[in-house]
Write a protein that binds this ligand. Structure first.
Ligand code: FE2
Ligand code: FE2
Length: 298
């Protein structure tokens, strides 16, 4: 999927598109290195005092439900595991990267993050349901949490375009993605692709972030015989995002219409329409869980 020329031209003019902080990159590289021990990782994390404090705060929140107090980063790593620490570090870094500038009256940052947390939690529920050993539910959670990051970049750096799209969504009743395609010739998924191109993210995150509105496009084997885990994760994120706009979901980006569900996504994860319907029963439980993750952006 090539990046549209219109967007390339616009992005070229943005000289300060954010990159990951050095400490976040170091920590994430260490986590991806199978030789790293929890003590090694803790010593790197501890060098970033602000990040360590936030990790501890989140690790001790109701979200992770650990029955005792976690007193230091090493304990947090041992108890929560490398994957969870990866999610926490990456999401904290991304949230810090884009402080709320409140540029748009119609783009409610709190509601946006709430949508992302719900999408992450629903992705995790779906990943647990499909019982594919190669899919780790934490990867699906992390992808859901960050899937719409391109919208934040648009709000901050492509404000006029963002405003046009929001206006059009409200008037036309079309989804955000559809409106972007009609008006701009590029979408927030294209923006995400540009943003994360130098972040060195694993495919399990890259695919859902870039293909969560077009999971069928992610497939390298067009016969759909050999579907990889990152491709499955893109479909999981697509379905979770779709569910975020269902009638059962109160007060979640209600101004924008539900994006289209690509039927191929259900086939890719091996789900029936009935199983999709049943997922809606899990929404109340997901909503109960979101409040504690809010400490990320308060
Ligand atoms: Fe999206
Ligand atoms: Fe979304």
């Amino acid at each position: 999927m090539p990046i549209p020329i219109e967007l390339k031209e616009k992005i070229k003019r943005i000289s300060n598109l954010p990159t990951l902080t050095k400490s976040a990159s170091t920590i994430m590289n260490r986590i991806n290195n199978p030789k790293t021990s929890s003590r090694d990782l803790a010593s790197v994390v501890n060098q970033d005092v602000a990040l360590s404090a936030k990790i501890l705060r989140l690790a001790n929140s109701a979200f992770y439900g650990i029955p005792r107090t976690i007193n230091n980063v090493n304990e947090a790593i041992v108890i929560l595991g490398f994957k969870v620490i990866y999610t926490i570090v990456l999401s904290l870094t991304v949230f810090d990267m884009f402080p709320d500038s409140s540029l748009s009256l119609h783009f409610d940052r709190k509601k946006f993050w709430k949508h992302c947390v719900i999408c992450g939690l629903l992705s995790k529920v779906i990943a647990q349901k499909i019982k594919n050993r190669k899919i780790e539910p934490e990867d699906s959670f992390c992808a859901g949490l960050l899937h719409d990051i391109g919208k934040i970049v648009m709000e901050q750096y492509l404000h006029d375009d963002m405003h046009k799209v929001i206006d059009y969504c409200l008037k036309s009743g079309k989804s955000f993605y559809q409106s972007e395609k009609e008006l701009l010739g590029y979408t927030h998924a294209d923006v995400t692709k540009l943003l994360i191109s130098r972040w060195n993210l694993p495919d399990m995150l890259y695919y859902p972030l870039v293909f969560h509105h077009s999971p069928e496009q992610s497939l390298s084997d067009k016969t759909k015989q050999n579907i990889s885990s990152p491709e499955i994760n893109a479909s999981i994120c697509h379905i979770a995002d779709y569910l975020c706009y269902s009638d059962e979901m109160p007060d979640n980006e209600p101004d924008f219409a539900q994006p289209r569900l690509e039927p191929a996504s259900l086939r890719i994860i091996g789900f029936t329409e009935r199983q999709l319907e049943l997922l809606k029963d899990r929404i109340p439980e997901v909503l109960e869980n979101i409040e504690s993750y809010n400490i990320l952006f308060t």
